[in-house]
Design a protein around this ligand. Structure first.
Ligand code: SAM
Ligand code: SF4
Length: 340
């Protein structure tokens, strides 16, 4: 399966208004629905923990839906729900249902840790969620607990198998690869992709606020590829130019992909915008500047005002993110507050 998700929900061909100063047309919006999580992954959540935002600081589902309509009218055709853990927010199905009815949306996706997935996977699919990314970094129960600081391995595995059985049009497994932590499981994940005929995405470890990142913990995509090619014949899939992953089909079925943010950045084709759970637009994952739409909405901003704020944020988007060491030393939200 390639990184290009299927077109299911009412496509339309309105001109894209979200073209930035470097000619990049933005079609993909990641919406964080909560900063909370029921896991505490060492590479994502700062060691000292988080002070969760209060409920009234978060965008309501009505506010998210309003913004989603505005963004899609401007050129967004893919929305991914993320978090924190999106499924810990109550009544998430209400939001999925509302977003599933937006006319210009081709892909409605979610990234989840799968702890709560088994019970809701089929309903989410029925409501229009057509792409699911599930995060799993190890097949060892003990190691899972060490990485996530919680004992939820069995629930996650159950969630993954339930989602596979539901037959999502796009189903991917995300593994953050960390040297000395789980890099000895790269082959096990490639085997899982081949056995279950799904896509496994190997993600290079990225630096965020207090997340134990160090340059020598990054395993580069070239090293991973070399390892996997010792067992599997891989064929490069040339997909969507703006896809962040380098995709390879495994002869015999399944595929593997690499998110090479550290060793080979893909800023020149970036097509993503981010909306945080408290309503700020982030034009770049590694750029701290934000514009808050929530406060404007609550002060009575019109759709036209909000569009102008979105365009202003896009105009500030940098051409490329700084080198990893600079990102590690700089200011930004923690990953758990951004959502990937
Ligand atoms: N809780 C959900 C989950 O884990 O799938 C969604 C939010 S999580 C922040 C989104 C994605 O970011 C996950 O696939 C996670 O593995 C990835 N991620 C988190 N911290 C990362 C880091 N430091 N480097 C690379 N990927 C990271
Ligand atoms: Fe939670 Fe996902 Fe971050 Fe892990 S990666 S702490 S599951 S938000």
């Amino acid at each position: 399966m390639s990184d290009t998700e299927p077109t299911i929900l009412n496509p339309s061909a309105s001109p894209n208004q979200l073209v930035d100063s470097f000619g990049r047309a933005h079609t993909y919006l990641r919406i964080s629905v909560t900063d909370r999580c029921n896991l505490r992954c060492t590479y994502c959540m700062p060691h000292e923990g988080m002070k969760w935002k209060k409920r009234d600081q978060l965008l309501t589902y009505e506010e998210i839906t309003r913004l989603a309509h505005i963004f899609t009218a401007m050129g967004i055709n893919k929305i991914r729900l993320t978090g924190g853990e999106p499924m810990v927010r109550s009544e998430l199905t209400t939001l999925v249902k509302a977003l599933g009815q937006i006319p210009n949306l081709k892909t409605l996706a979610m990234t989840t840790n799968a702890t709560l997935l088994a019970e809701h996977a089929q309903t989410l699919k029925d409501l229009g969620l057509n792409a699911l990314n599930i995060s799993l970094d190890t097949f060892s129960k003990e190691r899972f607990q060490a990485i996530t600081r919680l004992d939820q391995f069995d629930q996650v595995i159950n969630g993954i198998h339930t989602a596979i059985a539901c037959g999502f049009a796009s189903l991917k497994l995300n593994m953050v690869v960390m040297a000395g932590v789980n890099d000895d499981e790269i082959m096990a994940f490639a085997d899982f992709a081949a056995t279950h005929k799904i896509n496994v995405r190997f993600i290079e470890y990225m630096p965020f606020k207090d997340n134990s990142w160090a340059s020598d913990k990054v395993v580069t995509y070239k090293d991973m590829l070399e390892q996997i090619e010792r067992r599997y014949e891989l064929k490069r899939i040339e997909g969507d130019r703006s896809a962040v992953a380098k995709d390879y089909a495994i002869t015999g079925g399944g595929s593997v992909s690499f998110i090479t943010s550290m060793s080979e950045s893909f800023c020149s084709t970036c097509n993503r915008l981010r909306l945080t759970a408290d309503g700020s637009i982030k034009s770049c994952l590694f750029y701290a500047a934000e514009i808050n739409l929530r406060d404007a909405m609550r002060e009575g901003a019109s759709d036209k005002d909000l569009k102008e704020m979105i365009l202003f944020s896009l105009a500030q988007k940098p051409e490329a993110h700084p080198p990893a060491e600079e990102i590690a030393a700089g200011e930004n939200r923690a990953m758990i507050e951004i959502g990937g």
